[in-house]
Every structure is written in structure tokens, then in C-alpha cells.
Design a protein around this ligand. Structure first.
Ligand code: PLP
Length: 398
């Protein structure tokens, strides 16, 4: 009998973190790897945010705080929702955690149990199905199509709902596709959710990273009824280049926030006190740094999408949000390199890493095997060089 619980045995490590680890270990051996693997901005955290943290240390703000974050931080979160989304919450309706992932985890633990079903549109962020499954609930995957811009259609959603459906997940802008839902599309989803009494989990962590004038809408802002049935999961990691600081937050019904807070009180306690101070500056301080980063992402997106679409037999959807592209490489499946056949996204990603020294994340990890995910949160030089390498490597597949 294994010493490990069946829960632990069933869990795979996060594939995105694993690919980055492999790329880093090749780099440590002196191999120049270009990594499109990381889900994090390559920029440094803006100076005003760093200074707020230094000040917190110097002032001795280094003790435990309230479990769900200080009142000052909660007020900054409330300010953000009012300013950006026109949403009014009370302090008792928000919680800060050690990253958006942690907020999401606490939420699944508070909401779900065996017998429940959760609608997860695919391609999905790698951590949704495992976090749902850890509660004993079942992720019900709804496949979206490239020709629908990777968006779940109302009929597909209706079909997936059963009497056991407790919640559905919306992630707009999406990791891995960068796909974005318009206000009208969210209205339809909201109507279906309300009609079937399904709770909405809206992961809005890429809200600020949008292009081409896309107007972000939070599904919770569409009316009082849907607001009462929605939990927003958010964080500062992506918007403010603060991945290492580990602050995320959630907003929604008081009862669920209180349960999440209980879970947090018995596991991790408060998120880092210094990072809380930095987050207040991020959320209420000057926002110019965000616009600058988004402008850089836009330039890279335009370049990488064009280059990918110029590759023979590759198609790449142009995302209006986040910093990923999700090109379709499936025309290459069935071709071989030095007698070795490549049949899926994992084998193609291995081929790119071994032959081109380029790290990408296989689409299968996001529930969509025809694709690979490339993050363009890396320098223009690396994007150019990486695409040159991919182009050359693909030519060698016969
Ligand atoms: N949600 C999505 C869709 C993400 O891509 C990520 C990070 O990769 C997160 C949530 C969690 O981010 P963090 O825990 O760094 O705040």
C-alpha cells in the first residue's frame, strides 16, 4: 500500500512549472534555450511598488496580519473594483490570499464536494481541473473551437449543464488562448447560469492586458442577480509584474468569502505582510507602468502572430488579451525527424526543446492537443530568434 493518499497520487505537477524547470536546467548546463514557457511578464516590478515594500520593512510591518489581508488592503481592492468595474463590495466580500491560484484553491475548497460538477471550457488554465478534482467534484470539459475564437457557445454550455452542475468557470482574457468574451456574450452566459442556478467563477487576472481597444467587462457587473452568484478571482501578478510577490484576491458573496477565510486561517494564514503593502500601492498608485507594459506586449503580439501565421501549415488566432498565443501545429503531427515520428503536442514540444532549443508548453496540458502555447512575455530579440529556430526546426520534419 502506498504511503500517499489517493488524492496525492492522482495529482500531476503543474506542467507549465515543469517545462520552465527543464528549460532552466538546460540553461544551467550552458545551452542557450529560448523560453516561451513562462506565464509571467519579463518586466521588473514598477519602482513605486517596490518602494512601498521597502518602506513596509523599514517601518517594521513584518508581523501577522488579519487572515484575509489588512483593512487597508481590502479597501484598496474595493477601490479597484469600483474604479475599474463599477462594482461595489464590502470589506466582508473580499479576501486577499497568497496569489490568485491560492484564492482559486480556497474557493474550490469552500464551494465544491463529491457529486458536484463544474463546467470548465477548454482550452483551460492547467490548474482548474486538478483543483476542482481535489475537492472530489468532477470537471466537465466543454470544448471550444478555434473558428469560434475559442469561446464557449450558449448551446454548448446548456448541453453541459446537469442537475449536478454547481459552477462554471469563465476566464477572460484566457490563458492559454488570449480569447476574450464581449459584454453581450457574457450576458448570454449570465442568463444561462441564472436560469440553471449555476454559480459563476470568473477568473479576471488578465483584465488589464488587452489590445485593439477591447473593452473588458466583468460578468459580475451585469446586474445584482448575477453579482450575487459570481466569485471574481483576481491578482496583481500579471498586471503589475508581481508574480513572485504572491498576492491574489477574490470578491463575491459574504458567506463564501467567510468560508474561504476559515480555510485560509487553518492553512496559510495571512498573505505576506510586506507584499500586502506593495499591493496597495499597485492597486491605488499610478497606473502608467501598466500601460507601458501592455504597449510592449502589443508590439510583440503583432509580431509573433504574423510570424506564426507565415509558417507553412500553421494557423494562429490573434488574441485580444493576455500574453499568450496558441498556434495550431497539428498539420505537422505524423511527420518525422531522423526517423522518429511526432504524433502529438507533447512530442512536438520535446522536439522544439531538443532540436530548436525553444521551450513551449504542449496544448494537451490545456486540454487541446492540436496546439502549443507560447508566452510572448519575453523580449523582442528572443521572440525573433525563437521563431527563427522554430521555422528552421519545422523544415526538418518530413
Ligand atoms: N489564473 C490564471 C488564468 C493564470 O494564468 C494564473 C497564473 O498563471 C493565475 C490565475 C494565478 O496567478 P497567481 O497565483 O500568480 O496570482
Amino acid at each position: 500500500m502506498s504511503i500517499l493518499s489517493s488524492r496525492a497520487r492522482a495529482l500531476k505537477p503543474s506542467p507549465t512549472l515543469a517545462i520552465n524547470a527543464k528549460a532552466k536546467s538546460m540553461q544551467a548546463q550552458g545551452i542557450h534555450v529560448i523560453s516561451f514557457g513562462a506565464g509571467e511578464p519579463d518586466f521588473d516590478t514598477p519602482d513605486n511598488i517596490k518602494r512601498a515594500a521597502v518602506k513596509a520593512i523599514e517601518e517594521g510591518f513584518t508581523k501577522y496580519t488579519a487572515v484575509g489581508g489588512t483593512d487597508e488592503l481590502k479597501d484598496a481592492i474595493l477601490h479597484k473594483f469600483k474604479r475599474d468595474n463599477g462594482l461595489t463590495y464590502k470589506r466582508s466580500q473580499v479576501i486577499a490570499s497568497s496569489g490568485g491560484k491560492h484564492s482559486f484553491y480556497n474557493l474550490t475548497q469552500a464551494l465544491l464536494e463529491g457529486g458536484d460538477e463544474v463546467v470548465v471550457p477548454s482550452p483551460f488554465w492547467v490548474s482548474y481541473p486538478p483543483m476542482v478534482a481535489l475537492t472530489g467534484a468532477t470537471p466537465v470539459i466543454v470544448e471550444t473551437r478555434e473558428e469560434n475564437d475559442f469561446k464557449m457557445t450558449p448551446p454548448d454550455l446548456e448541453k453541459a449543464i446537469t442537475p449536478r452542475t454547481k459552477a462554471l468557470i469563465i476566464n477572460s482574457p484566457s490563458n492559454p488562448t488570449g480569447s476574450t468574451y464581449t459584454k453581450e456574450e457574457l450576458e448570454k452566459i449570465s442568463q444561462i447560469a441564472l436560469a440553471h442556478n449555476v454559480f459563476v467563477i470568473s477568473d479576471e487576472i488578465y483584465e488589464k492586458i488587452v489590445y485593439d481597444g477591447f473593452q473588458f467587462t466583468s460578468i459580475a457587473s451585469l446586474g445584482e442577480e448575477i453579482k450575487k452568484r459570481t466569485m471574481i478571482v483576481h491578482g496583481v501578478a500579471k498586471t503589475y509584474a508581481m508574480t513572485g510577490w504572491r498576492i491574489g484576491y477574490a470578491a463575491g458573496p459574504e458567506e463564501i468569502i467567510a468560508a474561504m477565510s476559515n480555510i485560509q486561517s487553518q492553512s496559510t494564514s495571512n498573505p505576506n505582510s510586506i507584499a500586502q503593502k506593495a499591493t496597495i500601492e499597485a492597486l491605488v498608485g499610478p497606473q502608467e507602468a501598466v500601460a507601458k507594459m501592455v504597449a510592449a506586449f502589443l508590439e510583440r503580439r503583432n509580431y509573433i502572430v504574423d510570424r506564426l501565421n507565415e509558417l507553412p501549415d500553421v494557423s494562429c488566432y490573434k488574441p485580444a488579451g493576455a500574453f499568450y498565443v496558441f498556434p495550431n501545429f497539428s498539420s505537422y503531427y505524423g511527420r518525422s525527424y531522423q526517423g522518429k515520428r511526432i504524433s502529438n503536442s507533447t512530442q512536438l514540444a520535446d522536439f522544439f526543446l531538443d532540436v530548436a532549443r525553444v521551450a513551449v508548453v504542449p496544448g494537451v496540458e490545456f486540454g487541446a492537443d492540436p496546439f502549443e502555447r507560447l508566452s510572448f512575455a519575453t523580449s523582442m530579440e528572443d521572440i525573433q530568434e525563437g521563431l527563427d529556430r522554430i521555422e528552421e526546426a519545422l523544415r526538418q520534419l518530413k
